[in-house]
Design a protein around this ligand. Structure first.
Ligand code: S3P
Length: 428
């Protein structure tokens, strides 16, 4: 159980755990590269540990030098071994979709399973294009859902126009493309996060980027390298939102990733009237890194949609919480993808915030929020979804009465240490 209540004004300067997307990719690239990769700032969250575990099952030797430092002894993609047991991705969509791109092209058999939430999430978005490349993948519902079975085959490059702006789809196909004959090109309807494209050259890989189109040639050899993982802006977003739940608070997050495909949250908070200062302080493995400071202004409702959505897709639950404190109407649209996340995040965000007294309605592709309202507090559930659990805890910081999150365990998926931040904020 996690309980939060209205916080006094507070000032906080902090760092957040490593970026989840970059941590996954560092393990994956380190595992398929030749030589040693050392990852610093690794996120020891459950999802990234699932990725580590799966690649260990595929025969990759890895050492945890510290909770956030991992050394990987890669022996190339062809060095991966047939796993003796099913690969269990737990709750992690990134693990399963990216790993499928690798499994599809190596001459081994593997079974892939996950938790109940993974069992509801669509895998056809990667299975169908992988089959076009020559992959043999079967599974429940003709390969739409886990459990899946993969018999690795020689792949051929394709040109794929993805119907969804998804970094998981794009990255899966690029990883498959690295092993395919010829060139693989993925074109997406809007630009999704580009961490794969930024990390590949750090491992000595080549790719071509032309707007929303990315191409890789097959047969490349990657080489182990040193990766420093910046703080996760998606975790920082909860603390930035905390500063906006009452007057006179300020939050600074240092050494956090500022990749432009991830900073939609900052654009939106500014547009809503928050004071947002950003200072870029470095570049780690082709990823811009810096400091973000947020202070409350007179918040107003805005319309959030279009190409902005992939740039803040994971921040929408907490943005909805902030919108309850903004004057006027906030409309979130073009966000159907939320329905196939760890939970149906349109339904879970709307229903849980309603329990706390928010004026919020579900729409076909998002939600509409009226504000400002004084949230009254209550008992909420995260529905096993880390970002819903954290969003509700943040809502409590601006509520009249206490907010209880009955199932905060899922928070460890992406933000170990979140509870300690809440305690710090509440003790001021
Ligand atoms: C991720 C991509 C996003 C995001 C997820 C992590 C990634 O999903 O929601 O939390 O690391 O590639 P999409 O595949 O919808 O872009």
């Amino acid at each position: 159980m996690m309980k939060t209540s209205r916080s006094k004004p507070f000032q906080l300067t902090c760092r957040v755990p490593g970026d989840k997307s970059i941590s996954h990719r560092s393990i994956i690239f380190g595992s398929i590269a030749e030589g040693i990769t050392e990852v610093d700032g690794f996120l020891p969250g459950k999802d990234c540990l699932s990725t580590m575990h799966c690649f260990k099952q595929l025969g990759v030797r890895m050492e945890r030098i510290s909770p956030t430092t991992v050394r990987i002894y890669g022996s190339g993609i062809r060095g991966l071994k047939e796993p003796a047991a099913p690969l269990d991705v737990g709750n992690s969509g990134t693990t399963i979709r990216l790993m499928l791109g690798i499994l599809a092209g190596i001459p081994i058999f593997s079974a892939v399973v996950g938790d109940e939430s993974i069992g509801r999430r669509p895998m056809d978005r990667v299975v169908l294009p992988l089959r076009k490349m020559g992959a043999h993948i079967d599974g429940r519902g003709d390969g739409r859902f886990t459990p899946l079975a993969v018999r690795g085959k020689a792949l051929k490059g394709i040109r794929y126009n993805s119907p969804v702006a998804s970094a998981q789809v794009k990255s899966c196909l690029l990883l498959a493309g690295l092993q395919a004959e010829g060139t693989t090109t993925v074109c997406e309807p809007a630009l999704s996060r580009d961490h794969t494209e930024r990390m590949l050259p750090a491992f000595g890989g080549l790719l071509r980027i032309d707007g929303r189109k990315v191409s890789v040639r097959g047969g490349q050899t990657l080489h182990g390298t040193k990766v420093c993982v910046p703080g996760d802006i998606s975790s920082a977003a909860f603390l930035l939102a905390a500063a906006l739940m009452g007057p006179d608070s300020q939050v600074t997050v240092e050494e956090v990733g500022l990749n432009p495909t991830r900073t939609g949250i900052l654009d939106v908070l500014r547009q809503m009237g928050a004071e947002v200062a950003v200072e870029e302080t470095g570049n780690w493995c082709n990823e811009p890194v810096g400091r973000i400071t947020v202070r409350k202004g007179d918040l107003r409702g805005i319309i959030i949609g279009g190409d902005l959505i992939p740039r803040l897709i994971d921040e929408i639950p907490v943005l909805a919480v902030v919108a309850t404190q903004a004057k006027g109407t906030t409309v979130i649209k073009d966000a159907q993808e939320l329905k196939v996340k760890e939970s149906n995040r349109i339904a879970t965000t709307v229903n849980e915030l309603k329990k706390l007294g928010a004026a919020i309605e579900e729409t076909e592709d998002g939600m509409i929020i009226e504000g400002p309202v004084t949230l009254r507090g209550g008992v909420t559930s995260g529905h096993g979804d880390h970002r819903i659990a954290m969003a509700m805890a943040i809502a409590g910081l601006g509520s009249e009465g206490e907010v209880t999150v009955t199932d905060p365990e899922s928070i460890d998926v992406s933000f170990p240490g979140f509870a300690e931040f809440i305690l710090k904020i509440q003790q001021r």
